[in-house]
Design a protein around this ligand. Structure first.
Ligand code: NAD
Length: 499
């Protein structure tokens, strides 16, 4: 069986901890590989050599660092299918969806080619007599990325691109569920010209994460995953004075106004609710039609669309709408939550509980579910299900609908479907959620804007990618410089204003 180790100092190495985890093929339920789980000692050694390698890399001019990203763009495009296949095999998502995962990461690498411009700093000529003032953006040193299973290409690329091009070394601790793609990205970075040791992939679980958090050398941690772990990492990273940006879970609401184009809204909900089996932090998991009549029309349009969804393995190519969920435990958790929905009185309008796929009976497939008449006190409303389950909460008014989204503990994404510009504007202005779609169900910002949720979907004060990423992965040093002949007049001991 394939053994996946770590990527340290420019090569694949076996783990030495003696601990391994199984990597499944979610479509068949079979264990297809084993991944090493790093010990604290392995993390410490990898961090020490990254710190060594960072010195020369940080001193390399930004244009040369950007050229590594330029080459990386070419290599990712060259290997797009290989990367996507590795993702589908371990994650279970469809092949086109896996290519989208790579593509949205690639776009951030394209953005990073502009690093010399983004790292330019600020300059004030003649801030005082003979005095210039300038601010530089310098790398932090060694930083870490800790990433989730659901986007094994996109999120590592969102982290490694800005971190490396800013002159840092990075320790990436990807999800132990689908480790192959991050290892392949490390190989591509080497081929693109990144010096060995600047990027290390250390596979592992809590022990590796805790070693990262406690390392005095690591200066910053970028995390994406579930909310309890995001909060834990944010708090523990702060104890050693690290910068931390930790993005968590979600419960994204889509509000459907009575004037919305109902076919468009239903199509959007089906794609955003069931794509990738609902395992997206920007998936829509709550539909909020405004008014009983809107709700009835919406449900009528949704049911046949959901019943027609094709669920299957990625090997079926374009013939499949979504694949299995990632593990048997994830499947059991989704089905458990569906039972609580039924028990607590929600109406299960599309029931996927008995779904089974011939030839793939041991795979982690979950059929599509649609609930109607869900209320805010139910577990299926409060909890992130992370599966193909859409809940409908009927709201009597626009105010009630916006209030639901605002009162929910999560604040990652949201959307409104309407033809009324006034309602859309009001919604965008008032909502306390980080990413908003207007007639767009999954409003993931492009690489040159920033991505981040509010409330318990994000801990820390800067977003991912866009200009924020360059702020997060650099620190500012401000120099006040004076070269006047007047220095001969003698030292000044007062704290001078710039006159
Ligand atoms: P997870 O929290 O289980 O794991 C994320 C990372 O944390 C992994 O690398 C994992 O090894 C590590 N980890 C897990 N348990 C740990 C522990 N006890 N101590 C230390 N480290 C630990 O998340 P997941 O299941 O891989 O990913 C799904 C979650 O990620 C969902 O909640 C989803 O909404 C969220 N997500 C959020 C965003 C966003 O941008 N907000 C994007 C993608 C996914």
């Amino acid at each position: 069986m394939e053994q996946i180790g770590h990527w340290i100092d420019g090569k694949r190495v076996a783990g030495t901890s003696g601990r391994m985890a199984d990597v499944y093929n979610p479509a068949t339920g079979e264990v297809q590989a084993q991944v090493a789980l790093a010990s604290t000692a392995e993390i410490e050694a990898a961090v020490a050599s990254a710190a060594q390698a960072q010195k020369a890399w940080g001193a390399t001019n930004p244009q040369r660092r950007a050229r590594v990203m330029m080459e990386m763009v070419r290599l990712i495009n060259r290997d797009m299918d290989k990367l996507a296949e590795a993702i589908s095999r371990e994650h279970g998502k469809t092949f086109p969806d896996a290519k989208g995962d790579v593509q949205r990461g690639l776009e951030v690498i394209e953005f990073c080619i502009g690093a010399p411009h983004l790292l330019k700093g600020e300059f004030t000529d003649s801030a005082g007599p003979g005095i210039d003032m300038y601010s530089m953006r310098q790398p932090l040193g060694v930083v870490a990325g800790i990433t989730p299973f659901n986007f094994p290409a996109m999120i590592p690329l969102w982290k490694l691109g800005p971190a490396l091009v800013s002159g840092n070394a990075m320790i990436l601790k990807p999800s132990e569920r689908d480790p192959s793609c991050p290892m392949m990205l490390a190989e591509l970075l080497q081929e693109a010209g990144l010096p060995d040791g600047v990027f290390q992939v250390i596979n592992g679980d809590k022990e590796a994460v805790d070693a990262i958090l406690d390392s005095p050398t690591i200066q910053a941690v970028g995390f994406v995953g579930s909310t309890p772990i995001a909060q834990y990492i944010y708090e523990r990273a702060a104890q050693t004075g690290k910068r931390a940006q930790c993005f968590g879970g979600a419960k994204n609401h889509m509000i459907i106004m009575p004037d919305a184009d109902m076919d468009q809204a239903a199509d959007a909900l089906v794609g955003a609710g069931y794509g990738a089996a609902g395992e997206r932090c920007m998936a829509i998991s709550v539909a909020v039609p405004v008014g009983e009549e809107t709700a009835d029309r919406l449900i009528e349009k949704l049911v046949p669309r959901i019943e027609a969804l094709k669920v299957g393995p990625y090997t079926a190519g374009n013939d499949v709408d979504f694949g299995p969920v990632v593990t048997a435990a994830a499947k059991a958790n989704i089905l458990r939550l569906v039972e609580t929905g039924v028990a607590q009185g929600a109406e299960l309008v599309v029931d996927g509980r008995d779904f089974s796929l011939q030839g793939y009976e041991n795979g982690f497939f979950v059929g599509a579910h649609l609930f109607d008449r869900v209320t805010p006190d139910m577990d299926i409303y409060k909890t992130e299900i992370f599966g193909p389950v859409l809940s409908t909460v009927r709201a009597a008014s626009y105010e009630e609908a916006i209030g639901l989204a605002m009162d929910h503990e999560y604040g990652n994404g949201t959307a409104i479907f309407t033809r009324d510009g006034d309602a859309a504007r009001d919604f965008a202005n008032r909502i306390n959620i980080g990413m908003v779609g207007i007639n767009v169900p999954i409003p993931v910002p492009l690489a040159y804007h920033t991505f981040g949720g509010w409330k318990r979907s994000g801990f820390g004060d800067l977003n991912q990618h866009g200009p924020d990423a360059f702020r997060f992965y650099t620190r500012t040093k401000t120099v006040t410089s004076r070269w006047p002949s007047g220095i001969k007049d003698g030292a000044a001991f007062n704290f001078k204003a710039m006159d």
